[in-house]
Design a protein around this ligand. Structure first.
Ligand SMILES: [Zn+2]
Length: 264
């Protein structure tokens, strides 16, 4: 991050750029010393000082990976030059932050309470009671109920034959029939039903079959198409030309560009 700041980006701009690049780049895995990136900014100049600078485009040129992303003024989201969204349509985890996975998907597991072989059709994370659980994708609440084993639980139906289930909750924050958006809080984790300690049991079901939530291929994000794509690409042309001409001035990544060691 220091190198980027030295090249004239403010710390807020560095944070903006980092947040965007992180959606596609793993800073530890994909970046190398000597990688370069260019940032096109738009800012209002008032009395010689710039305010409200906004990132318009970023081009990352690396030994391991190249990435160009551009703002689409129609929706203010970022896309690759061919119109692919940076945001997944379905998150891997139904919560923010990171928690210890206490039990993975395992069709041949020995049950921790009964000692018998019983399949574990979900993924468990140990987390304090009351941890917010969020919808990993848009959907509709199919069920909010109680069960002697599952405890308080919620089922959400998503597009493309996907459903998700959340067990052992302390509280549901949604009702049957509610529409939920990706990232919206749907429940608080708990320790209800047959449970060995406070945790979330999370299941992803595809076409009525429970799958490994950590490995299943998740639905791809929406891409721009048709006239919307044409308009975006027309708008992107001068930005790409500016990046190609080096007008933005390259920023050379040092050890790692904008990495944040407090992550994970
Ligand atoms: Zn479980």
């Amino acid at each position: 991050a220091r190198s980027a700041q030295a090249a004239g980006l403010s710390s807020t701009e560095v944070a903006q750029v980092t947040r965007l690049l992180e959606k596609k780049l793993d800073f530890r895995r994909d970046t190398r010393r000597g990688d370069e990136f260019q940032v096109l900014l738009e800012s209002d100049i008032i009395d010689g000082s710039s305010f409200d600078s906004r990132v318009l485009a970023i081009q990352y040129t690396g030994a391991r990976m190249d990435l160009t992303i551009l703002r689409n003024s129609a929706d203010n989201n970022f896309y690759t030059p061919d119109g692919h969204s940076l945001d997944p349509a379905f998150s891997r985890y139904p919560f923010e932050g990171s928690y210890r996975m206490s039990s993975g998907f395992n069709p041949r597991r020995t049950h921790p309470v009964t000692g018998r072989v019983s399949p574990h059709r979900g993924t468990d994370w140990a987390m304090p009671i009351g941890t917010p659980i969020v919808a990993p994708a848009d959907g509709r609440v199919e069920k909010v109920s109680n069960h002697p084993l599952a405890g308080r639980y919620v089922v959400i139906r998503h597009d493309n034959g996907y459903s998700t289930r959340y067990l052992h909750l302390s509280r549901a924050l949604v009702n049957r029939g509610d529409r939920v958006s990706m990232g919206e809080r749907i429940a608080l984790s708990g320790n209800t039903g047959r449970s060995t300690g406070p945790h979330l049991h999370y299941e992803v079901i595809v076409n009525n079959t429970a799958v490994d939530a950590m490995r299943v291929e998740l639905p791809e994000s929406q891409s721009l198409e048709g006239e919307v794509l044409v308009a975006f690409q027309r708008e992107a042309e001068p930005l790409l030309a500016a990046l190609r001409s080096g007008q933005a001035g390259p920023v050379v990544a040092q050890a790692s560009a904008g990495s944040n060691s407090e992550d994970d």
